[in-house]
Design a protein around this ligand. Sequence first.
Ligand SMILES: Nc1ncnc2c1ncn2[C@@H]1O[C@H](COP(=O)(O)OP(=O)(O)OP(=O)(O)O)[C@@H](O)[C@H]1O
Ligand SMILES: [Mg+2]
Length: 506
Amino acid sequence: MILEMKGISKFFGPVKALDDVNFTVGDAEIHGLLGENGAGKSTLMNILGGALQQNEGQIFIDGQLIEDMSIHKSNALGIKFIHQELNLVNDLAVFENLFLGQEIVNRAGLLDRKTMIARSKEVLEKIKVDIDPVEMVDNLEPSRKQLVEIARSFLFESKLIIMDEPTTALTNKEIDILFEIMRSLKAHGISIIFISHKMPELFAICDKYTVLRDGKFIESGYFKDINEQKATNLLVGRSIVDSQLVKEDVRGKVVMQVENLSCKGHFKDISFDLREGEVLAITGLHGDGRGELSEALFGARHVDTGTVTLNGKRLPLGHIRQIMKAGVGMVQRNRKERSIIKDMSILNNLSIAYFIAKHNRFFINKREEAERFNRNQKVTNIRVGNMDDEITSLSGGNQQKVMVSRWLELNSDIYILDNPTQGIDVGAKFEIYKLISELAHRGKSLIIFSSEFPEIYKIADRCLVMYEGHINAELNRDQLTEVNVMYYATGANKEGINGNKIKQPA
Ligand SMILES: Nc1ncnc2c1ncn2[C@@H]1O[C@H](COP(=O)(O)OP(=O)(O)OP(=O)(O)O)[C@@H](O)[C@H]1O
Ligand SMILES: [Mg+2]
């Protein structure tokens, strides 16, 4: 399919989300769409998918002008959209989600469950995803939900697939599988539009690129003709100097002590100290128990044994509100699943933690709330039209910044950040890293759960590497290399089946 979008503009009230954008995708091409948070990527794709109507401009498919694009029309043309926000119904089974809106009925007019389950099985197998079609979606991990969402686009014949940040919830292994599928789709003549903030991914899988900035078309070309630095400069519109943000030695007193924390099936005997002004990274691979540990520290998951003390006082584990009051804040991973309150405004989404932990009056002082908001907006640089709009009107990355700001308001002593830069563009990532080091400079202590080595390297004073639910290594600054992290994250120091250990990297 050859797609041409010409002179597309889109307004949301006073916000000009797209301004005269041209976008062309060729046959059997994987096309990377790049841009900062709020640049207009999802909006452009929503217009192509028929969920939004452009104010100006035209869409041509194989040379033919398509007027009044609707979701239905877009589907009928063979365009499939895998959305940035998961669009699955939790209360339905996997196969019901796959066929949602396009159910198969038998001659009696009843739903043909058997055929739908069989076809679901086929498609899941084809893309090498081991999920039972009758499983309830609610029971699936976010990464698996993402795979169901991807499977949906393979169920029906498509000619162009839009993938809006499909990899943010996936593990590296799942990303490899996805890329394999993408390559085979391309070999079958299908075109793919791929949106991601991760440069290595874009360079690995895409043929061409188009960069948007502030709703405007900036440049199109072949990835083979540019490098990561050039791509970054194009999308940010200036060159950013990437530097390390680590401070001198952290010699503050111990503020938090975790002792022998265990949670059956997830993690075991976790002990570590956290110092004042320290940035401690905790990393590992899928199945390392890291996510569950982060929840336990914040009181969102029950533990079987162990204690956590904060400034010598025991934390009431399992009680989020009291833990918040004691001075612990947390940015959870997978914001769309865990932390955003969809029908609430931007302002209320930001204020809710403050409200729960600090507020003791009956009335909300709207002016005070707005003042706090404005202060935060400056710090995290959230791009927003009106703070009373629904949170979902913000671009993905800006929503994430609201989630970070939620905890800044509380002025916590300890910040637990789980995958804090998910969906955040390169420029804004750097802003968040700076914010993290500033907080540390002010004597706050931070625990960053992350699987991105470049991020850990940039900000962490010390790093714990988890493997199968326990801490396999503690690395200080001079031991912090990617090879070292992988060595311990894969458990290579453990005795293998034949009793051999892999030699430790230098
Ligand atoms: N429904 C809406 N109502 C009001 N403004 C909106 C709406 N949808 C998008 N916008 C605004 O349009 C602009 C472009 O947003 P868009 O979601 O397209 O960005 P994006 O490039 O996908 O960013 P991200 O990388 O963060 O996902 C932003 O300023 C956003 O706030
Ligand atoms: Mg987006």
